[in-house]
Design a protein around this ligand. Structure first.
Ligand SMILES: [Zn+2]
Length: 450
C-alpha cells in the first residue's frame, strides 16, 4: 500500500538540510520510498495506485523524539509544585511511585502517550523507575504497542539508595538484568518500535558493585543506558563524601562512560568535563522546562553544541514539568539559552529542530532509521497546519511559526512507522475521553498517598 503527500513544505533534516517548498513524500507500508518536489512525486505516482493527500499551506517535519520522560507521572501533575528536587523526591515522588499498581500505571502511561502524540512526538524515551509490583514493564510496553507510538523503554532500578521507609525500593541487579533480557527477547523486534534499555536511577542510588555490574551487562548484551547525571550538585557531593573524588572521575574509573550512555540533564559540568563527554561520545538529554521548574540550573547546551556533543530534547516527567508537551520544550530551549548566554544568536530555531529530531535519534542510536525524512527511513512524521490556530498564524516563516508560536492545535496528523496515529488532532488508537476519565480516577486515588 502506497500513501503520498504532495504540495507540502517539507523540512527533511537530511544531511543536506533540504527544505522543499511544494514538496512531497511517498510511503510504502512503513518506509519512506521518495522525498522530492511535488512534480517528482506526481511522476513517480503514474501508473500506481496511490492515496494522495494535498497539503497546501501545511508543513511536514520529522516526528519529534522526546528523549526523556516518565509517562506515569501524568497522574502526579501539580503535587509538590513549589519544592526543590531534594524535598520533592522523598516527600512526593517516592510515596506516589511506590503506590503504583498496574491499573494506575496504565492509566498514567496512556494519558502521557496521548499528550506526546498531540505534541507531534513519534518516539518517546520513557524511564519507569518504580516497580512496587511485578509486571509494570510489560504493562507499559503493551500500552505503547496499542497506541502505535515508538517506545524506548528504560527499565529503572537502583540497588543501594536510601529506602525512605520503603522496603522494596532497592532491587537485586541480577533480577533486573533477567527481566531486561526477557523483555528484549519478547518485544525488541527489527521494526524498531520497542527498544529495551537499562535505566539506573542516579549515582547515589548505586553501590560500586551495582554500577560496575550494570556497565558490564550493558556492554556484553549491547543494552544502552539512560541515567540522571549531574542534575544537581549532589552527584559531586556524594562522590566526594563516599569515594573522595568527583563524580566524573568516579565514572571514568568505573569505565562507565561510552557512546551507549544517555546522560539525562547534565547541568553541573565544567568545560573540562564537557570535553570528557565528547571524548567518550556520551549523549545528552536536555530537559529545559523541568530544569527551570525544579530550579536545578542551566545545562551548558550552547557549549555542548560548540563541542559537537550530541544533545536531544526531553520533557522529563509531568511531575516536574506538569505536562509532556514537546512543543513547549522547543521554544523554551531557545528562551533559556538566549537568556543564559545573553545572546539572541547563540541558538536558533533550526538548532532546536535538529535537537528534537535527528540529534534525538542519535541520542538513542536510531539515526539510521528515524530522525529525518529520507528515502529508506521509517515513515515517522508530523503534519503542522499553522492556519488551524490563532497562535501559529499567519505564517511568514514556517519554522519560526513551528518553534516560536507552536501549538498543539496546529498538529494535525502524526504518522509512526507508516501508520496514522493522530488524525485531525485526535488520537486514532484510543478513546481520548475515557483515557482522561481513567487518569483522573487514578490521580485521585494516588493523591491520598501523600
Ligand atoms: Zn527524569
Amino acid at each position: 500500500m502506497i500513501k503520498g503527500f504532495i504540495h507540502f513544505n517539507i523540512y527533511t533534516l537530511d544531511k543536506e538540510e533540504r527544505v522543499i517548498e511544494d514538496g512531497g513524500i511517498l510511503i510504502e507500508d512503513d518506509i519512506i520510498i521518495a522525498v522530492g518536489s511535488s512534480q517528482e512525486i506526481e511522476q513517480l505516482c503514474q501508473g500506481k495506485v496511490v492515496e494522495l493527500e494535498d497539503g497546501k499551506g501545511k508543513f511536514i517535519f520529522p516526528g519529534l523524539i522526546n528523549t526523556h520522560t516518565h509517562l506515569y507521572q501524568n497522574l502526579f501533575k501539580g503535587l509538590g509544585s513549589d519544592m526543590n528536587l531534594g524535598d520533592w523526591w522523598p516527600k512526593v515522588l517516592a510515596p506516589l511511585g511506590m503506590a503504583l499498581t498496574k491499573e494506575h500505571l496504565v492509566n498514567g502511561v496512556r494519558h502521557g502517550i496521548c499528550e506526546a502524540l498531540k505534541s507531534g512526538v513519534t518516539t518517546v524515551v520513557d524511564y519507569l523507575q518504580f516497580h512496587p509490583v511485578e509486571g509494570l514493564s510489560e504493562a507499559e510496553i503493551k500500552v505503547a504497542k496499542e497506541m502505535g507510538i515508538r517506545l524506548v523503554y528504560g527499565r529503572g532500578f537502583r540497588d543501594a539508595g536510601e529506602n525512605m521507609g520503603f522496603s522494596n525500593m532497592n532491587e537485586n541487579t541480577d533480577d533486573v538484568f533477567a527481566e531486561v533480557t526477557y523483555l528484549k527477547e519478547k518485544y525488541q523486534k527489527d521494526d524498531g518500535m520497542i527498544k529495551i534499555w537499562l535505566a539506573p536511577a542516579a549515582i547515589w542510588t548505586f553501590s560500586e558493585k551495582g554500577l560496575e555490574k550494570t556497565r558490564t551487562f550493558a556492554t556484553n548484551t549491547k543494552t544502552p543506558i539512560m541515567m540522571h547525571m549531574f542534575e544537581t550538585e549532589r552527584d559531586n557531593e556524594i562522590c566526594l563524601e563516599k569515594y573522595n573524588k568527583k563524580a566524573m572521575d568516579y565514572y571514568i574509573e568505573k569505565i562507565f562512560l561510552g557512546p551507549d550512555l544517555l546522560a539525562v540533564h547534565s547541568i553541573h559540568l565544567s568545560d573540562d568535563e564537557l570535553d570528557i563527554y565528547k571524548k567518550y561520545d556520551v549523549k545528552v538529554s536536555h530537559n529545559p522546562v523541568c530544569n527551570m521548574y525544579l530550579g536545578s540550573g542551566t545545562a551548558p547546551v550552547v557549549d555542548m553544541l560548540k563541542k559537537s556533543i550530541t544533545v536531544g530534547l526531553g520533557t522529563d516527567g509531568a511531575a516536574s514539568n506538569n505536562s509532556n508537551d514537546m512543543i513547549e520544550v522547543l521554544k523554551t530551549t531557545v528562551l533559556l539559552h538566549r537568556n543564559h548566554y545573553k545572546k539572541a544568536d547563540c541558538i536558533n530555531a533550526y538548532d532546536v529542530l535538529k535537537m528534537a529530531t535527528i540529534e534525538g535519534a542519535k541520542c538513542i542510536g536510531m539515526e539510521e532509521i528515524i530522525g529525518s525524512l529520507e528515502k529508506g527511513k521509517k515513515a515517522d512524521l508530523l503534519i503542522f497546519n499553522p492556519n488551524n490556530s490563532f497562535k501559529t498564524s499567519p505564517v511568514n516563516d514556517g519554522l519560526a511559526s513551528f518553534i516560536y508560536s507552536g501549538d498543539y492545535a496546529a498538529i494535525e496528523k502524526v504518522v509512526v512507522n507508516g501508520k496514522e496515529v493522530l488524525n485531525k488532532g485526535k488520537v486514532v488508537l484510543g478513546d481520548e475521553k475515557k483515557i482522561i476519565e481513567d487518569s483522573i480516577y487514578s490521580a485521585r486515588v494516588l493523591k491520598e498517598k501523600v
